[in-house]
Design a protein around this ligand. Sequence first.
Ligand code: NAD
Ligand code: ZN
Length: 360
Amino acid sequence: MNLFRNFKSVTKTCYGRGSFGKLDEILAPQRAANKGFMVFVVDDWFADKADFKKRIPVHEGDELFFISAKDEPKTSQIDALRDDVLGRKGLPAGIIGIGGGTMMDIAKAASLMFTNEGSSVQYQGLNLIKKPGIWHCAIPTISGTGAEVSMTAVLTGPVKKLGLKCDWTVCDQIVLDPDLIATVPQDQWFYTGMDTYIHSVEAITGTKKNTFAEAYSEKALEMCREVYLRRDRKDPKSDELLMVASYMGGLSLTYSEVGVCHALSYGLGKVLDIHHCIANCIAFDKLEDVYGEYVQEFKGMVKHNNVHIPQGLAKDWSEETIDAMAEVAYNLPHMWDHAFGPEWEKVLDRERIKGWYRRM
Ligand code: NAD
Ligand code: ZN
């Protein structure tokens, strides 16, 4: 099939155990820009981890923020961070996000908002950003979302939950150090890891699938099987595989599209504030009629790793809640077009979407 995308990739990638130790050296040549200081946004899980804190290469004049990942990033939060730093210190040389999808998206979005006037709300969507942002770097401490490679920074605004999506969103630098993900709690490790499994499945099971996406997807799926079915989590190779699987799953998606699971997941996220990765798991678990053997495999992974996927949620949802979620999901035509083809409206209506929600 012809699918002419012309996408930007991460400029520099530093991979390997201990690579976090290279960060000071990586930042050195970037520090001369603008007002010559760096901004670090770090998951606050690390705020009381003295050994790790010592390793963050904060120089005099740099700004270090520990931020909670409890809520997914908001437009107001990005605007406030930007206004605070610009007001006190002027334009930073760069920004580094250390954490999961939440911290990486905060760094990516703030990078753009440092140079684009007004509120981030007005830039939610594709190619709305006017100017390149400041230099930015993502360092995952939990793997699966692919936020380290993607061209979007997902933000919840007053109306939309939608990314700042453009070439300039893509990171200038990423540091992939498998040592950093060892401490992620078991359930979260599973939910976030499954995001890359689901990205890979959705990328190759729709009308936009193509050889390029398949190559990344097949490798990512194979790595997920190693991590979640064949190896023990304590096996040191596991974290290495998962970290690279996240990257590959992200790239498979960049050249294809997500599908039914992500559409339903957006409804759960927007209406009920359920976080992206667990929402995906809740939805994927009920999508055997669409993703068949992949859902079987997913259930096997759940069992093998002894994790819990929330069940029986729909009994507490009102009709209005289900309607609202179905409306969010229905209004993602690019996902349905990928999942069911350009004539998707012939096989999909709001009732079918509600049926999936009622199974959850
Ligand atoms: P997260 O950033 O939401 O963090 C999840 C939990 O893991 C938090 O409690 C955090 O404190 C904890 N944690 C992180 N690293 C840890 C470590 N090393 N040890 C112990 N605990 C640790 O995680 P996520 O699932 O990676 O990210 C979800 C976010 O990513 C959502 O906001 C979603 O919208 C976004 N997302 C973005 C993209 C993209 O392409 N930009 C894609 C998918 C999801
Ligand atoms: Zn996802």
